[in-house]
Write a protein of this length. Structure first.
Length: 459
């Protein structure tokens, strides 16, 4: 059930237990035999982290490019590997609605904090026998959301491949010359192989051509950071989108162009993963409309583990959906939550100028823990507002007098609620050390003091 799926996901994050591969339970019937281009490849070839990506071998057959909406619908129908239960989402997800369905006791069991979220997502993607896919949907106008994706994937060995909609991939549509469907593939391969300034300049120019919004809003350097990480060997970078000239020629497809672009990306990825290889972990960054059961996920293998995450927060403009959250929620750290009871998709809500709390963190070597405390962590919590603290399954009434809680060392989520305002954040507790947490929800302020043991006196 949905609740048990989310509980299992949280247990994976905590390192207490695993959970079953949720991606294959509703995979649907096998694809039509008329769709060889996207049928799951035999376990035959993959990623070598010691070598840069080689030139594509074009062993994956590409069908003809659809020129009419009817042809596009036929292409999609014969390419789908995972039938969707829902249609493509039209309205934007709103953090306010998600938080409203998550009362403080439930929020206290959420996965909170950047490092904890990163590890939880990687652990979930790694489950199952097939490849794992992390599909991340962002708002194209948000620099901060692109930066959040970069932080999710930049740790070496987290993902074998990173696929970006921001770069156009060469097409190999049947019946067309390669010159008519050239993207940034060659430029990316040249830079990853050579690492020189002319190659980097060529990639940057290709990106500016295909990702107008990143150029316009000035966050192109953030995207280029991922190119540099690929050159350093962190992962293989795979372009996703159609070349601009192809998209222009297919404007008559209307909304079906989104579907055809996803087929283009799926064929590109199949080429990148074609052949004998170890298990892959692929992270993708798309505009949010492409992430969901009715998006790119439809064209991924049934055996794969798929985790879908929608980035919320840090969307520009006074009418951004997060504006509704400001008066009721204060985020000291990012929060990962299910988007609803009927979906296994997740929302990663980022603190921004509207929702971010004022957090002051300090460390001091002023503690002398008793020997009996060396196996646990001590948390002392105060609030001058008569607030209520939620830690896991337990609630505490707060005052100016510290409430002392003994906890296992490691990550902990705290939720403090007072007079309709809820503060959410994360701490990392260390065995044998004491931490003081003072939260004032009405002032949107949090102070964290880590009391480290005093240095031993000199003899």
């Amino acid at each position: 059930m949905k609740t048990s799926w989310w509980q299992g996901f949280v247990l994976v994050a905590l390192g207490l237990a695993g959970c079953k591969d949720s991606g294959s339970s509703n995979a649907g019937p096998a694809p039509s035999a008329s769709a060889p281009a996207l049928a799951p490849a035999a376990s035959t070839l993959v990623f070598d982290a010691a070598k840069p990506a080689s030139a594509p071998r074009h062993t994956v057959p590409w069908p003809s490019l659809p020129r009419t909406p009817e042809m596009a619908r036929t292409l999609v129908a014969t390419s789908v590997l995972r039938p969707a239960r829902f249609t493509r989402r039209k309205a934007e997800l709103e953090a306010d609605a998600i938080f409203s369905r998550t009362p403080p006791p439930k929020l206290a069991r959420a996965i909170v904090g950047e490092e904890r979220i990163r590890e939880a997502l990687r652990a979930k993607v790694s489950l199952g026998q097939g490849d794992g896919y992390l599909l991340v949907g962002a708002n194209h106008a948000s620099r901060e959301q692109v930066e959040a994706f970069r932080r999710l994937v930049e740790v070496p060995a987290s993902y074998t491949h990173v696929m970006l909609e921001a770069f156009a991939a060469d097409g190999h549509w049947s019946g067309m010359a390669d010159a008519e469907q050239t993207g940034a593939t060659a430029a990316l391969e040249s830079y990853v192989t050579k690492g020189d300034s002319p190659s980097f300049a060529a990639v940057r120019e290709a990106h500016d051509t295909s990702d107008y919004v990143a150029w316009k809003l000035g966050y192109a350097p953030t995207v280029m950071d991922l190119v540099v990480a690929a050159r350093a060997g962190a992962f293989t970078l795979v372009p996703a989108d159609m070349p601009p000239s192809l998209k222009t020629s297919l404007a008559s497809l209307g909304d079906a162009l989104l579907d055809v672009r996803e087929v283009h990306a799926a064929l590109t990825l199949r080429t990148a993963l074609d052949g004998e290889r170890p298990k892959a972990r692929v992270a993708m960054l798309w505009g949010d409309a492409h992430v969901g059961e009715a998006g790119i996920a439809r064209f991924l293998p049934k055996i794969a583990t798929i985790v879908m995450v929608h980035l919320l927060g840090a969307r520009p403009g006074d009418v951004a959906p997060e504006k509704k959250v400001t008066s009721r929620f204060v985020l000291d750290d990012p929060v990962l939550l299910p988007i609803g009871e009927d979906s296994e998709e997740l929302a990663l809500v980022l603190p921004d100028a509207r929702t971010r709390g004022d957090v002051d963190r300090v460390r001091a070597r002023d503690a002398t823990p008793a020997a009996s405390d060396t196996a646990v962590a001590i948390l002392n919590v105060t609030s001058d507002e008569g607030a209520k603290l939620y830690l896991g399954e337990t609630a505490y009434d707060l005052s100016a007098k510290p409430v002392t809680v003994r906890l296992p060392p490691g990550a902990v989520t705290y939720v403090v609620e007072s007079k309709g305002t809820t503060v959410v954040g994360a701490l990392t507790l260390v065995a044998g050390e004491a931490t003081s947490l003072a939260v004032e929800p009405s002032k949107r302020s949090t102070r964290v003091e880590h009391h480290l043991p005093k240095p031993a006196p000199r003899p």
